[in-house]
Design a protein around this ligand. Structure first.
Ligand SMILES: Nc1ncnc2c1ncn2[C@@H]1O[C@H](COP(=O)(O)OP(=O)(O)O)[C@@H](O)[C@H]1O
Ligand SMILES: [Mg+2]
Length: 384
């Protein structure tokens, strides 16, 4: 009996000792930094460590960097709005600009149900049963003097935007109701907001939009830049497949179809994986590419001309054929010839389109499409 008790006791000691040892030797996933603000202990977020090289489109990179310059002690940085279709490189631009300035980057993904406390400070239940306060990536960037990209800002509701109003003007602070503190932005804090040009979930109120200026509109990259971007992200991809993809994307851009650089990267990744899968009977590049195209972007992407035409018809001609005006004017420019036929604010709302059929000449449109198909990538000269 005594022997048994001793054995149980020793086993217990052993278990406790090894548990203690495990605790001590467990790799402490870099202890989270804490700061004290107005008597409240805040646990900070971790910066983003993805580095992306920005390829081509130097002008827009210079524009965002100009927004973040401070030229005089009375000057303040601006918070620009980066707009463009999904996958065109908005987040990459913000990332590249933070890297160019040598600052830490924090990305906050905005969603429809982002609450003000998620954006600022979140209370969490700590091990000791007490409340601990976690600073969001935005507030961490404000405290550490980093860059924060508020990603896909037009997904966020007005209440959350309202909590940022004092941050986005000369006051440069936020108030966390939950933690009962106000946090002032470090002089090096910089911010940019990305917004997708698709159906936005919420209309952002004007008093917020007026604090998010200027608007930097991203256009599709040129053929050389798009090839370089694909090559940079997929250095293991064959020249043949890169070229097929760039030709496809450039034609889609010309036809104003929203296939993006990201779509190109994804379809190539998938095609390459399909080819690598069966080493005995590998799929040909062409078959794998076509399969990836239809599975990533939908079978309608196999015929871009037809897709452009049916898009245009389903929008009742809202999408005008490419003309000279498209080369010289921004689509939203009120000075663009024919601008009076297009809707500005309700562009996304198909139901409210008031565009009478007879203003769209289908024959003209067909002619335009024929003209464009000269750029359709079947041009042997465009194959390097
Ligand atoms: N100019 C560029 N240089 C390098 N990579 C780019 C560039 N433009 C787009 N990309 C790449 O394309 C993909 C989509 O870009 P992303 O910034 O995520 O798009 P968005 O935020 O507009 O949806 C990413 O992999 C990004 O790195
Ligand atoms: Mg993005």
């Amino acid at each position: 009996m005594l022997l048994e008790l001793t054995f149980v006791f020793l086993s217990l000691v052993f278990i406790l000792a090894s548990a203690d040892l495990m605790n001590k030797s467990a790799p402490s996933s870099s202890p989270k930094e804490q700061v004290e603000i107005q008597g409240v202990q805040l646990t900070l977020s971790q910066p983003h460590d993805t580095q992306v090289e920005w390829i081509g489109q130097q002008e827009i990179l210079k524009q965002i960097l100009a927004c973040w310059l401070v030229v005089n002690e009375k000057d303040l940085p601006l918070t620009p709005r980066i707009v463009g279709v999904p996958g065109i490189g908005k987040t990459a631009l913000g990332t590249a600009a933070a890297v160019a300035r040598g600052q830490q980057l924090y990305i906050y993904q905005c969603t429809a149900d982002t609450r003000p406390e998620d954006l600022l400070v979140t209370p969490v239940l700590a091990d000791n049963g007490r409340i601990a306060y976690h600073a969001s990536p935005l507030v961490t960037a404000m405290i550490r003097g980093g860059v924060c990209v508020l990603d896909e800002g037009n997904r966020m509701n007005e209440k959350s935007w309202a909590s940022l109003a004092p941050l986005l003007d000369h006051r440069r602070y936020v108030e966390s109701i939950v933690a009962g503190i106000s946090v002032s932005a470090h002089p090096n804090f910089r911010c940019a907001v990305t917004m997708n040009q698709d159906e936005s979930t919420f209309e952002i109120p004007d008093y917020i939009l007026s604090r998010l200026q200027p608007t930097l509109t991203m256009g599709f990259p040129s053929i050389q830049d798009e090839l370089a971007i694909l090559q940079y992200h997929l250095p293991f991809c064959s020249a043949e497949m890169l070229e097929m993809t760039v030709e496809f994307l450039q034609k889609a851009h010309t036809l104003k179809l929203d296939f993006s650089t990201r779509d190109g990267i994804n379809l190539l990744r998938y095609a390459i994986k399909r080819m690598a899968q069966d080493t005995d009977h590998p799929l040909s590049a062409d078959v794998a590419w076509q399969e990836a195209l239809s599975q990533c972007l939908g079978s309608e992407a196999m015929d871009l001309d037809r897709m452009a035409k049916s898009r245009s018809q389903s929008l009742g001609g809202q999408t005008l054929p490419m003309g000279f005006a498209d080369f010289f004017f921004n689509p939203n420019d009120p000075l663009r010839p024919g601008a009076e036929y297009e809707l500005d604010e309700d562009e996304d709302d198909e139901d409210e389109v008031d565009f009478s059929e007879d203003e769209f000449d289908e024959d003209d449109f067909d002619e335009d499409l024929d003209d464009m198909s000269e750029f359709d990538g079947n041009d042997p000269d465009s194959k390097g």
